[in-house]
Every structure is written in structure tokens, then in C-alpha cells.
Design a protein around this ligand. Structure first.
Ligand code: LLP
Length: 434
């Protein structure tokens, strides 16, 4: 459940009027709901009753320091994929002793940083990486805790750019070769085998691919428990969220009327489907959710610059662009777009909702029906809390947008909008051009 609602005519995040946030901090600005994050975290961490579950929030979805701190306060550990992400956890005042380091290309420096910080485990993606981790740990005189990411060759039925568990993806070690990789790991003096990991993809809206992956992995996990004494299984992230009718899914009213199978995959359904096989294994369970913690907890606020009426086509030109929210351009992703001030007396408009960037990919929605809006009025892109701000760029020398965190009736800017001076601070004119 999320906490974005119309109170009267105005869209609110918890008790805060979003138009007020837009006026105060300008647009484009991301706004996050602390209560929604808490709800998402609590429901998932409690979804597998009787099991020893640890949520390692996947920082890549949204690594804002305030978000990290909020999740740490709730009891979350973390899944990071770079030295930078690990440093964000530390900078947020959280520990990394229960956290994991994933990613296909860990560098020597990153491995050393993580070992020095004392992370819980490395999620290893290849045999050469095992050798590298062993080498760096040896130089530090420590043993590196590891789990191998196993690719179960399961089709997650999701967008090609975010599927990861098929053979042919760059991720993990194929199931058939995994036992041999563990034997190789056991021979390294500076490696300590602690677990097994898998992750099959993202925005998965049905439970069956997760069940299939776990079924494929379970015999190996049981064997590794006996042979190498592993203590945990990480089943990755990937739980999909509602992008269509996102506003209606808040109090669940609309979704509850939908037939089984058409409802969104809930934390409860996910937990219930996976818990029996996990219970059999008797291992600690790590979950690495990113999107399902953050997507519906955030919106991107934007302002209408122009309504351009073309021949047979209208364009609503807004001040957010593909550099601020790249998901529609990159994955053809759908985001619900709603006015901050709802006025049912106005006519509906059908328009392409586009940003000001000079390429056709800078289009958020084609032929979208929306209440007629004019210059200076605000709108919100729903479900933009995950893979939104973290994927923002400075394309067209547009600043990285601001971020605001709301809790009840309190709100604070947690990232200031970038200034022009900050954007060019690391650039210089070389001496030979002066
Ligand atoms: N664990 C591993 C090893 C991952 O690679 C990922 C995501 C996660 C956990 C978290 O998955 P989630 O719960 O967020 O689905 N930028 C894309 C999504 C890329 C996901 C990459 N890996 C998007 O905007 O749709």
C-alpha cells in the first residue's frame, strides 16, 4: 500500500500537499514517502513466518542517504554493487556487517574496501573473480566470506533488458557448473564458503519463475550445506510492482476487484509461495529487494511548460525529461501521470507527454489521456521511487533533480538540485587552448 492520495482536489504524499513541495523546491523533484517504504519493508520482512529472513535492500534502486538511513533504522541490511554504494551505507551511518557485495566486475580496490569494512559476504559471479577475491584477501591476511551466484536458466517473463537468470545472460555461474565452482572455491585458502545466491531478473509480476528458480537450486543448496557447511541462501530481488493504475492500487480498492492472477504480486503471496521450499533447506534466507521497496514510495513532480496543439496530435511539454527519469525511453516503461490538482470539470486531453530534450526518445507517454492542463500547472509521475533519481544524468546540461522525503506532515529536501557550478566543477580548459 502506498501513501499518495487526493485530499480534496490536491494530491498529497502522506499529509503533505505535493503542490506545496513543488512551489518550495521547484521541479523536477522526486518525493518519497517514508510510511510507504516502512510498509513495504515490514510486509516483505514478515512474509515468511518462522524463517530466519534478512532483507538486504538493493541500493541500486535508490541510494539516497536519507532513504538508506530510514531503511537501516527499520532493520534492513544492504545489497551493494560498487565501492561507492558501500560507502553510501557507511555515510548514512549504517553498518555493513550484515550486508552483501554483488556485481560482475568487482575491482581489487572495491574488494579490499569491502574486506576492510567487514561485510557479511561477497556474491561471486565467475571463477576468475574467486581467484581475485582470494588474492586480495590473502594480501590483507583475512578470509573472504563468499556465496556463488548461480544462474538457474529460468525465464522471468520480463523486459529483455532486466532479465538475468537465463543462460546467455552475463550473470552468475550456470547451474551445471556450480558444484565444480564450489569445489574450486574450497581449495582457495583465503576464501570462506558461506552461502548460495541467485537473482533471475526484475519487475517479475508472477510468482512462478521464483518458485521454479528455487526448485532448481534447492538440491544444490542442500548438497552444499552438507559438503561445505553453507549457512544461507539469497534468492535475490525482482518482485514486480504496479505501474498501471498506480494511484488506485494505494488503498487496494481497485485491485481487490481484479481476478486472481491479475492482481499485483504481493509480498505476502511471494513469501507464502517460497517459504515451504526454504523451510526444507533450513538455511538463513536473504532477500535483495530494490524496486518493491521503493517504486511506489516515490513520485517525480514536474511542471507543464507548453501545450502544443499539432495537426491531429497534441504535445504536453513538461520540465522533466529523459535525463531525470529514463525508464520510459530505456525500457518503454509505463508510468501513470496525474495532475497535482484534480479538476473533474475540465475536459480530457489526449497528448504525447514529452520533455524538452532534443531527441524523440524524450517521450514519457504517447497518446495519453489526461485532464487538460495549462502552462505552470503541476503533474506527478507515479511509481518513480525506484530506478528514477539513481539513473538520472546531466544530458543537455540539465542538473540532477532534487529529492524530498516526507514523513507524516514533515518534509525535508534530502538532495538539493544541482547547480550549474557543480555541473562544471570538474571540467577545465587545457593550457594549450588558452
Ligand atoms: N539483486 C541483484 C543481484 C540485482 O541485480 C538486482 C537488480 C536486485 C537484487 C534488485 O532487483 P529489484 O528488486 O529491484 O527488481 N533499471 C531497471 C532495473 C534493473 C535491475 C537490476 N538488478 C529498471 O528501471 O527497471
Amino acid at each position: 500500500m502506498h501513501h499518495f492520495r487526493y485530499a480534496g482536489q490536491n494530491l498529497h504524499c502522506e499529509s503533505v500537499d505535493l503542490a506545496e513541495v513543488a512551489r518550495l523546491y521547484g521541479t523536477p523533484t522526486y518525493v518519497y514517502s517514508a510510511a510507504t517504504i516502512e510498509d513495504n519493508y515490514t510486509r516483505l520482512s514478515g512474509s515468511m513466518k518462522g524463517l530466519d529472513v534478512r532483507v538486504c535492500y538493493s541500493l541500486k534502486a535508490n541510494s539516497n542517504l536519507a532513504v538508506v538511513r530510514h531503511l537501516a533504522n527499520l532493520g534492513s541490511a544492504f545489497d551493494f554493487v560498487s565501492g561507492g554504494e558501500m560507502r553510501r551505507v557507511l555515510a548514512a551511518g549504517a553498518g555493513v556487517r550484515d550486508s552483501v557485495f554483488a556485481g560482475v566486475g568487482k575491482t581489487d580496490v572495491e574488494i579490499r574496501l569491502a574486506l576492510e569494512a567487514g561485510i557479511f559476504s561477497f556474491h561471486v559471479e565467475s571463477e576468475p573473480e574467486l581467484g581475485r577475491i582470494n588474492h586480495v584477501a590473502g594480501k590483507l591476511g583475512v578470509r573472504a566470506p563468499i556465496a556463488i551466484r548461480v544462474n538457474p536458466d529460468v525465464d522471468a517473463n520480463t523486459h529483455a533488458k532486466i532479465t538475468t537468470g537465463k543462460s546467455g545472460n552475463k550473470f552468475g555461474i550456470p547451474l551445471k557448473q556450480a558444484a565444480a565452482a564450489y569445489e574450486a572455491a574450497a581449495k582457495y585458502p583465503h576464501v570462506e564458503i558461506k552461502g548460495i545466491q541467485t537473482h533471475i531478473g526484475s519487475q517479475i509480476t508472477e510468482v512462478s519463475p521464483f518458485v521454479e528458480a528455487l526448485d532448481k537450486l534447492a538440491p544444490l543448496a542442500a548438497d552444499l550445506k552438507v559438503r561445505h557447511g553453507i549457512s544461507y541462501i539469497s534468492i535475490g530481488g525482482g518482485i514486480g510492482v504496479v505501474y498501471r493504475e498506480a494511484l488506485a492500487s494505494g488503498p487496494f480498492t481497485w485491485w481487490e476487484t481484479q481476478p486472481e492472477g491479475k492482481r499485483p504480486l504481493t509480498a505476502e503471496a511471494y513469501g507464502a509461495a517460497l517459504a515451504p521450499a526454504l523451510r526444507q533447506l533450513g538455511l538463513k534466507v536473504l532477500l535483495e529487494p530494490g524496486r518493491s521497496m521503493m517504486a511506489n514510495a516515490g513520485v517525480l513532480l514536474s511542471r507543464v511548460e507548453y501545450l502544443k496543439r499539432g495537426q491531429g496530435k497534441n504535445f504536453l511539454i513538461v520540465d522533466a525529461a529523459m535525463n531525470d527519469l529514463v525508464r520510459p525511453a530505456m525500457y518503454d516503461a509505463f508510468h501513470e501521470i496525474v495532475p497535482l490538482r484534480r479538476d473533474t470539470t475540465r475536459r480530457a486531453l489526449v497528448a504525447d507527454i514529452v520533455g524538452p530534450i532534443c531527441e524523440s526518445a524524450d517521450c514519457f507517454a504517447k497518446d495519453r489521456q489526461i485532464q487538460e492542463l495549462g502552462e505552470g500547472e503541476y503533474l506527478a509521475f507515479m511509481s518513480a521511487g525506484a530506478y528514477g533519481h539513481v539513473m538520472a544524468s546531466r544530458y543537455n546540461t540539465r542538473p540532477i533533480p532534487a529529492e524530498v522525503l516526507v514523513k507524516g506532515s514533515a518534509f525535508e529536501q534530502v538532495t538539493a538540485r544541482e547547480t550549474f557550478e557543480q555541473m562544471v566543477a570538474n571540467e577545465k580548459i587545457p593550457a594549450f587552448l588558452k
